[in-house]
Design a protein around this ligand. Sequence first.
Ligand SMILES: Cc1cc2nc3c(=O)[nH]c(=O)nc-3n(C[C@H](O)[C@H](O)[C@H](O)COP(=O)(O)OP(=O)(O)OC[C@H]3O[C@@H](n4cnc5c(N)ncnc54)[C@H](O)[C@@H]3O)c2cc1C
Length: 242
Amino acid sequence: MGEAQALAGHGARIFEFSPAVEVTYGETIKVRTPKGSVTARKLLWACDSFLNGLEPELHRSTINTYAFQCVTEPLPDALIERISPIRGAYSDIRPVIDYFRFTRENRLLFGSATPYIEHIPSDLKAWNRALMLKVFPYLQDVKIDLAWGGPMACSPNLFPQIGSLPGHGNVYFVQGYTGFGVTPSHIICKILAEGMAEGSPRYDLISSIRRSTVIGKDHARPLIVSAGKIWHQASGFANGRR
Ligand SMILES: Cc1cc2nc3c(=O)[nH]c(=O)nc-3n(C[C@H](O)[C@H](O)[C@H](O)COP(=O)(O)OP(=O)(O)OC[C@H]3O[C@@H](n4cnc5c(N)ncnc54)[C@H](O)[C@@H]3O)c2cc1C
């Protein structure tokens, strides 16, 4: 919401519930939505895990995995003090992390993803609660008010992808934060904005990182993601990140 407000302060307009359904490239780019269209000299693809194959060149270079979170009921001060007097944001150091922090409503937010086999747990509240109780067994009697999850686009090298589309210098993209988009997106998109404006050496550097194709992603997604997780978790284990 803060970012949307900041953007509006710069004169941008946001149209919700208005998905791009077709994009035509050229000197002037046309983006069609179900009820209208927009033309522009430059375009930025920033759909991440929701791209759904709309731009095949970008679709091929990430694969979606799912992450899940829950929040407890609001906790009393004594429990907050016990868990984190500084109300910090924490994660462990495993390749697939558990993480937590307090919300403004004094709820504990706890998140993770399936560590080895890619699947969507049938009961997200129970699944998240079990993980939370491993870290905080004394929250046994605390109620989970809400649990949810969603997709995240992963890149093969786990690094975000920015650049312009081959053959279309005015069509840019950013995607593939691999589950860590909240903070790095600010610096990555600053660098991207430099590239879209007058260009910069650091844009040239980051956009030159090769984008590999994720072979088989449309037919064997859970298998590929599970193999990736097992490999990363095993290498993490060997490096003491367990
Ligand atoms: C449960 C969960 C927990 C997470 N926890 C963390 C965390 O603790 N820390 C962290 O760093 N990251 C976390 N992530 C990952 C983080 O949310 C993503 O890395 C980040 O949101 C990616 O930013 P983005 O702007 O690239 O894409 P998004 O935030 O996904 O934005 C893409 C936007 O494109 C829009 N869009 C898609 N297709 C179209 C279309 N055709 N037309 C118009 N609009 C379209 C979508 O509606 C969406 O608003 C979590 C993700 C999940 C699912």
